[in-house]
Design a protein around this ligand. Structure first.
Ligand code: PMP
Length: 356
């Protein structure tokens, strides 16, 4: 028998793998995980009960069309049910968006640095990444992005607020950018952190999508709604984009637990948004404290802060770990720190003061 392994696509070799945030050390001293922009609050008891009830049927496949969830979202946002496509986390939907629009020879554009899945899912589809550097202030350079559009551009991600910098683009500049994008290029507004936005000039993508057929909005239940472990996200998009997403989605990719918990979360929105409000207050406190310590921290509209530390990044990440908080270093660039429990934020602030 041949010793050969099956032949895989050669291009797969060069594709980096997605790196999850480092977990807090098991059995260590106090350790808080501030490395994945998760919601620190445990599930609401009502949401947990709903999920547990759904678990009793896991010998059955879930509703493939996510009917209950799609209906609830359509009503919530005032959009047709046909304009909603669900998926295995919003990263799953993003992957389907690229698969539906771009292949070898096509270009997918995004700012850099931004969400680290963009280059990976672009490369998986065989398309080419076009990365447009953020400005010195770590904000999207939308003029440079407009100038970088070619006749091979198929899809443009605008992560708003941007992961990992927390910075957000404003309505006027985003609308001016959208006006310059050819109508056959899809613009994906990735709004994973939308619920944490407090700047009234940062537009709601779902308002922008309404009269722009080439705009799709990505949202998730992983952050503000606290369902990261259940993997459910969705897009709001016009036909034929939404239809293509349904076609390319992994069949049964959203479990019944996830669907039912997502519906229960939408119904418990007041309580969940109260928690988001508390996290936003903590964000303000952390941001102000860092600035008072002398750090330069860009304004953040998400549930994390960004510190550009260059070569000191690794050393600061280590100091944080020693202090009991695991953060997310981007080697040679900077550090992203999720806003977590008050105690975790305090530990981080102490570490920051000592390291300055
Ligand atoms: N978009 C952005 C900007 C993110 O930061 C993340 C999660 N880190 C996602 C999408 C994906 O989240 P999920 O797949 O859990 O919905």
């Amino acid at each position: 028998m041949s010793e050969k392994s099956p032949k895989l696509r050669a291009e797969l070799d060069g594709i980096p793998t997605y790196k999850p945030g480092k977990p807090a050390a098991a059995g260590g001293p106090v350790a808080y995980k501030l490395s994945s922009n998760e919601n620190p609050y445990p599930p609401l008891s009502g949401v947990l009960e709903t999920a547990v009830a759904a678990a009793g049927n896991f010998n059955r496949y879930p509703d493939m069309a996510c009917t209950g969830l799609v209906n609830e979202l359509a009503e919530r946002f005032g959009v047709p049910v046909e304009h909603i496509a669900t998926g295995t986390g919003s990263v799953g939907v993003a992957q389907s968006l690229i698969q539906s629009t771009a292949g070898p020879g096509d270009e997918v554009m995004y700012a850099w640095r931004s969400f680290e899945a963009y280059p990976i899912i672009t490369q998986i589809s065989g398309a080419t990444s076009v990365r447009v550097p953020l400005t010195d202030g770590d904000v999207h350079d939308l003029d440079a992005m407009a100038a970088a559009i070619t006749d091979r551009t198929r899809l443009i991600f605008v992560c708003n607020p941007n992961n990992p910098t927390g910075t957000a683009v404003r309505r006027a500049e985003l609308e001016r950018f959208l006006d310059q994008v050819p109508s056959d290029v899809l613009v994906v507004l990735d709004e994973a952190y939308r619920e944490f936005v407090r700047d009234a000039d940062v537009p709601d993508g779902i308002e922008l999508y309404r009269n722009r057929p080439n705009v799709a909005v990505l949202r998730t239940f992983s952050k503000a709604y606290g369902l990261a472990g259940l993997r459910v996200g969705f897009a709001v998009a016009h036909e034929p984009v939404a239809a293509a997403l349904r076609k390319t989605a992994v069949p049964f990719g959203v479990s019944q637990l996830a669907q039912d918990a997502a519906v229960a979360s939408l119904r418990a929105e007041d309580e969940l948004m109260g928690r988001v409000g508390a996290l936003v207050s903590e964000r303000t406190r952390v941001h102000e404290a860092l600035v008072a310590q002398g750090w330069t921290v860009p304004d953040t509209q998400a549930n994390f802060v960004w510190m550009r530390l260059g070569e000191r990044t690794g050393a600061f990440a280590e100091a944080c770990e020693k202090a009991g908080v695991v953060v997310r270093p981007f080697a040679g660039e900077g550090l992203r720190v999720t806003i977590g429990e008050t105690e975790a934020n305090d530990l981080f602030l102490h570490a920051a003061a000592a390291f300055f």
